[in-house]
Design a protein around this ligand. Structure first.
Ligand code: GAR
Length: 200
C-alpha cells in the first residue's frame, strides 16, 4: 500500500509516522509528501527520510480545481492508495473528497465534534475545558466531521499552560496516528454510516 502524507507545517506527526513505519507498526510505503507550503518543516523531514516531496502552492493555480488537479496527477503518478492529512491546512473540495472517498484520513487535536477548526488546542484551553484530546477520522465533505476511527482523551490540569497542553496532545497524536493507519492498512476498519467498526 502506498501512502501520501499531506502536511503544511512542522511535520511532527509526519516524523512520528516515519518512525512508526521504521518500527513496522504499520506495513505500507510512505511514498510521497505533498505540501502547500514551501517553508514547511515537513519538507526537511521528508528529504532526510528520502521520501519524494511535491510542493503544490495554491497561489500558483488560477483556482482550487486546477490546484487539486495537480495534486491528483501526483497521486496517480505515485499510485497512492491512502491519503493521510497531518496538519494540512487547506480545505479539500467536495469533489476531491468524493474522488478519494474512504481513502483520506485526518488527525484533529480535539475530541470532535468539539473544537473544530485550525486552533483546536488553544480553543479548548481558552474555553476552560477540563478534558480535550485527539481524534483520527475519515474525511468527508464537511470539515472536521467524517466517521471517527480513534479518539483519546487528554486531561487539562489546572496547572497546565497552553504550551504544556500542546505538548500533551502532540504526544498522544504521535502514538494514536500510527495505530489508526495500521488498522486501515490491515483492512480492519469497517465503515457503516458514521460508525467505524474495528475488526479484531
Ligand atoms: C497537529 O496537531 C494536527 O492535529 C493539527 O495540526 C497539527 C500539525 O502538527 N491539525 C489540525 O488542526 C487540523 N484541523 P505537525 O505539523 O507538527 O504534525
Amino acid at each position: 500500500m502506498n501512502i501520501a502524507i499531506f502536511a503544511s507545517g512542522r511535520g511532527t506527526n509526519f516524523s512520528a509516522l516515519i518512525k512508526a513505519r521504521e518500527h513496522k507498526i504499520f506495513k505500507a510505503n510512505l511514498s510521497l509528501l505533498i505540501s502547500d507550503n514551501p517553508g514547511a518543516g515537513a519538507i526537511i523531514r521528508a528529504k532526510k527520510a528520502k521520501i519524494p516531496v511535491t510542493v503544490v502552492e495554491r497561489g500558483n493555480f488560477k483556482n482550487k480545481e486546477e490546484f487539486e488537479k495537480e495534486i491528483c496527477s501526483q497521486l496517480s503518478k505515485y499510485k497512492i492508495d491512502l491519503i493521510v492529512l497531518a496538519g494540512f491546512m487547506c480545505i479539500l473540495s467536495a469533489n476531491f473528497v468524493k474522488r478519494y472517498e474512504g481513502k483520506i484520513i485526518n488527525i484533529h487535536p480535539a475530541l470532535l465534534p468539539a473544537f473544530k477548526g485550525g486552533h483546536a488546542i488553544k480553543d479548548a484551553f481558552d474555553y476552560g475545558a477540563k478534558v480535550t484530546g485527539v481524534t483520527v477520522h475519515f474525511v468527508d465533505q464537511e470539515t472536521d466531521h467524517g466517521p471517527i476511527i480513534l479518539q483519546e482523551a487528554v486531561e487539562v490540569k489546572e496547572k497546565d499552560t497552553l504550551e504544556v497542553l500542546e505538548e500533551k496532545i502532540h504526544k498522544v497524536e504521535h502514538r494514536v496516528y500510527p495505530k489508526a493507519i495500521r488498522l486501515f492498512v490491515e483492512g480492519k476498519l469497517k465503515v457503516k454510516g458514521r460508525k467505524v467498526g474495528i475488526l479484531s
